[in-house]
Design a protein around this ligand. Structure first.
Ligand code: SF4
Ligand code: SF4
Length: 349
């Protein structure tokens, strides 16, 4: 399928000498040689012109509780239509979605030849937005692989979703450039970002990317743009579980995004190329929560640990959200505590 089927022009690219093209959607800032596909698989260079590979090609679609993203302070208790595409700008060794994020060359060929996902679908932005209501959802999120790599598709569907009164959320590795984020910002409400580590080594060795600091810069930009932000750190034994690393992440969040920014610290389970590592001990997650508190964070949540999750007002201790099925929400329409009116950095309307 050609992107021309939808009459959509690729964004954020420039011609270079000798028919090369440069993409600036993410911090990889790929230089793509003639005839080649980008490392993220979402675009290709045809004769010195950028073309889209995956516009509308859906790999995964599900109606999920918004809490599953995880987004805990953003429209709690609602259902979100979650959609994923093909490819990724990272090559994480422990990726749980590697079948869609890191397709093999053979799979890429089949995908391109068929013009649709491997066992997947080609869905126009209009069709996608219609599916939100049809699935009894209140919003749309791009997840499973990195949303920024099909920026054009997320923009077109976000525009339509916002027009119809739905909320929108990126579940992202944060590697989008600030200038690319500007393109979707008017239509994007939430930025659920992975802050995987505070080190070049981790991002280079585990995720295969070089500009780790770009993630932190873009996340600050998302904050400046007024998006609702929640951060996730999946804690992997021996890789990013040191006290120093966790403290740096928590400190950065508190000082740059604000002490009321939710921080999710989740357990890692052995998977894919990190199968040789053990699961994260519960004690490590408990220590991460303590570190977050010591750094001033008010909303720290454990992930993949089981059990109920509760949000309490940091000032008066009143219970504001209980994440059972169904989720119980006890907030003012402005997202404040119903007892003492403290702002809980929650969006419910
Ligand atoms: S989105 Fe990122 S990885 Fe993909 S072509 Fe553009 S710069 Fe490269
Ligand atoms: S950023 Fe996410 S989807 Fe992409 S490779 Fe890493 S874990 Fe997989």
């Amino acid at each position: 399928m050609e992107s021309g089927k939808f009459d959509i022009k690729p964004l954020m690219w420039e011609k270079q000498d000798n028919e090369y093209v440069r993409c600036s959607i993410c911090h990889n800032r790929c230089l793509i040689s003639p005839g080649c596909t980008s490392r993220c698989f979402s675009r290709k260079n045809i004769g010195g012109e950028m073309e889209l590979n995956t516009f509308g090609l859906i790999s995964s679609l599900a109606a999920d509780p918004i809490e599953k993203k995880p987004l805990y302070h953003f429209h709690p208790g609602t259902k979100v239509l979650s959609v994923g595409g093909w490819g990724c700008n990272f090559t994480c060794l422990h990726c749980q979605n590697w079948q869609i994020s890191q397709p093999s060359k053979k799979e890429e060929e089949i995908l391109l030849r068929q013009g649709m996902g491997i066992g997947g679908y080609c869905v126009s932005p209009e069709e996608l937005v219609n599916l939100i209501g049809e699935n009894d959802c209140q919003g749309l999120s791009w997840t499973y692989n990195e949303p920024a790599i099909w920026l054009e598709y997320t923009i077109e569907s976000a525009k339509l979703a916002k027009k119809k009164g739905y909320y929108t959320a990126y579940v992202t590795n944060g590697y989008i450039t600030p200038e690319a984020l500007d393109e979707i910002a008017p239509y994007l409400d939430a930025f659920r970002v992975d802050l995987k580590s505070f080190s070049h080594e981790f991002y280079s060795n585990i995720c295969g990317v070089k500009n780790w600091w770009g993630i932190y810069e873009t996340t600050m930009h998302a904050k400046d743009l007024g998006m609702h932000i929640e951060a996730v750190t999946n804690i992997i034994p021996t890789q990013n579980d040191s006290e120093e690393n966790l403290r740096k992440i928590a400190h950065w969040i508190a000082n740059n995004l604000g002490e009321d920014t939710p921080w999710h610290v989740s357990r890692f389970f052995p998977y894919n190329k990190l199968e040789h590592l053990p699961p994260t001990p519960i004690e490590t997650i408990d220590r991460a929560v303590e570190i977050g508190r010591e750094e001033g964070l008010n909303f720290i949540y454990k992930g993949n640990t089981g059990g109920e999750s509760v949000t309490k007002c940091p000032r008066c201790g009143s219970v504001a959200i209980v994440r059972t099925m169904p989720v119980k929400v006890n907030l003012t329409p402005e997202g404040a505590c119903v007892v003492c009116n403290r702002d809980l950095n929650a969006i419910i309307a």
